[in-house]
Design a protein around this ligand. Structure first.
Ligand code: SF4
Ligand code: SF4
Length: 258
């Protein structure tokens, strides 16, 4: 239930893991460290995390972002990210943690699902080959590694429902990885970063932008897609990522001057 960017005490195994790599782990309500990992953390929210949580909390994306997130630039990519905003209490708790667990458990973020596995595509350094590998995060307070249950990473991903998240977030992850492949001195304009932020995280505002501006005149779309994005957040997210890719990255591998 934790992040791949957190606790300075965390010992991040420098081992690259694949889908068939094995580990021993079990997390349950009777374990002595229960919910310890939901405090003092830093969790990057993916676009699909925000869709699920704003729906669960019956908020618009703008309301969710204002109440529960803090913006940040992803190191080495210069792309805006959003982090879950922690409470201002002594242990910097996640706003959704309660004594009996996670208040939004079935809609919890991707990073919380993966934990104790970390995903290299968001945590690695520029220049690394980041396609499809994972790392194991072992924090001293986490007793789950002392439990007797074996997993492969493939099994863990399926069990935690993270496959679906990764599939829906694939367009966004591609953009992040693609931007990172550019040298740091090649930057997106402020306008481009704002469009990336809106299409990735503020889906309700992006819908208004698409439907209520001159957008459809500049970027015509077929009736089927139009109907799908009018009400479907996942369809709009997929459309937005494809659109962003086409307007931000030109064919000759240059960044657009949007
Ligand atoms: S076992 Fe690890 S993941 Fe589970 S509650 Fe404890 S610290 Fe969190
Ligand atoms: S969202 Fe849920 S699982 Fe994730 S840190 Fe918060 S309480 Fe823990």
């Amino acid at each position: 239930m934790n992040s791949d960017h957190h606790d300075k005490q965390a010992r991040i195994e420098p081992v690259r893991l694949g889908l068939e790599s094995q580990f021993k782990f079990r997390c349950h309500k009777d374990i002595s460290c229960f919910t310890r990992c939901c405090r003092g953390i830093s969790i990057i929210l993916t676009p699909y995390d925000i869709l699920l949580m704003k729906k669960r909390l019956e908020l618009t994306s703008g309301q969710f972002l204002a109440l529960y997130t803090v913006p940040q630039l992803l190191e080495k990519t210069d792309l805006p990210l959003v982090l879950l905003k922690l409470l201002d209490d002594e242990s910097r708790s996640c706003p959704f943690v309660r004594d009996d667990g996670c208040l939004v458990y079935s809609d919890r973020p991707t990073t919380c699902r993966y934990y104790p596995v970390g995903v290299a595509s968001l945590s690695h350094k520029e220049g690394a080959d980041d396609e499809g590998f994972y790392i194991m995060i072992e924090e001293p307070h986490c007793k789950g590694f002392e439990e007797d249950k074996n997993w492969t990473i493939r099994e863990w991903r399926r069990d935690q429902g993270v496959d679906v998240h990764d599939e829906i977030n694939a367009g966004w992850t591609d953009l992040v990885v693609r931007k990172r492949s550019f040298p740091m001195n090649i930057q997106l304009t402020e306008k481009a970063k704002q469009l990336f932020f809106m299409a990735s995280y503020d889906i309700d505002r992006f819908r208004d932008f698409v439907l209520e501006s001159s957008f459809l005149k500049r970027y015509p779309m077929d009736d089927q897609t139009l109907e799908a994005i009018k009400t479907g957040d996942v369809a709009l997210l997929a459309y937005g990522m494809t659109w962003l890719k086409s307007v931000l990255f030109k064919e000759n591998n240059q960044l657009s001057a949007l």
